[in-house]
Design a protein around this ligand. Sequence first.
Ligand code: UFG
Length: 324
Amino acid sequence: MKTLVVGGAGYIGSVVTRLLLDQGNEVVVLDNCSTGHADSVPEGAQLIQRDITESDGVLAGAGFDAVLHFAARSLVGESVEHPSKYWHTNVIGTRALLDAITEHQVPKLVFSSTAAVYGEPDVMPITEETPARPTNTYGATKLAVDMMITGECVATPLAAVSLRYFNVAGAALGAGERHTVETHLIPIALDAVIGRRDKLTIYGDDWPTPDGTPIRDYVHVLDLARAHVLAIEAAQPGEHLICNLGNGDGYSVRDVIAAIEQVTELPLPVTVGPRRAGDPRSLVASADRARDRLGWRPEFDLQTMVRDAWDFRRTTATGPAAAE
Ligand code: UFG
């Protein structure tokens, strides 16, 4: 199979690229490397360092069987401060890609959507039927793209799957998280263990949860990558399938801290700060549809995610730790 991985120099895209290559597929990566890293693209994949808005020239006459689309701005806080950047990159950029996909009749598309489309629902677990009411621009742009894809699948034979990721963690196949500006809990906490940061700040311990810290559903990046391969296989012409990807287990920030101290056997210095604007109290997935339609079963638990992230971060990840 010949695949185009848009955003294949980023964290999740680079793991999926490696998995596709391992399974004998031909992979071309399109990435402008604005947040991704050229050296995250493995040997064996061709890197075309161009913007998503130039995807027409990449798809023309190339005979791709599928496009996997990871390229996006994905920082919630930044999306609230600079919404225009998010509408341009995530929506207008994807519009150009969709037009090229239609024009050159690529039969299949797998899109990286997000739990952020749901906003702050009261009822857990979150299913795909839970009303999508994003509370920030990042989630709104991803929902807009989901809606654009639905329209494309009505109007054309495109076979598309949107995968709504919950909290992705871990490392696999030699790739892991290398964000220049890091905002995610596990890499920040591991940096505090290593001493690249002074401490981890817990964003509030007065939430209405059992230990006062917010609850999330963590999913291993390799489980996530496997779902993409299954999604390509399951995609049906003229259908837009939307699936949540999570383990279905909720862990609080304090649960994650305990797992990190257990795996690393080192103390994690923490302090409690104010709540972060826009953080929901609890996000836990129902991934029943991914199980039924894709045949997806997540295999890895939180301990494994932390262990794999730890092995990657202390041996591989370099560069400056983001400011607190
Ligand atoms: N947290 C801290 N301190 C930190 C970083 C995070 O206490 O330094 C807490 C957050 O408050 C949250 C939890 O750890 O309760 C997880 O935070 P992350 O930043 O790791 O992840 P988010 O849940 O904020 O974000 C994830 C995805 C986003 C998606 C969002 C949906 O990474 O892409 O879920 O709400 F938009």
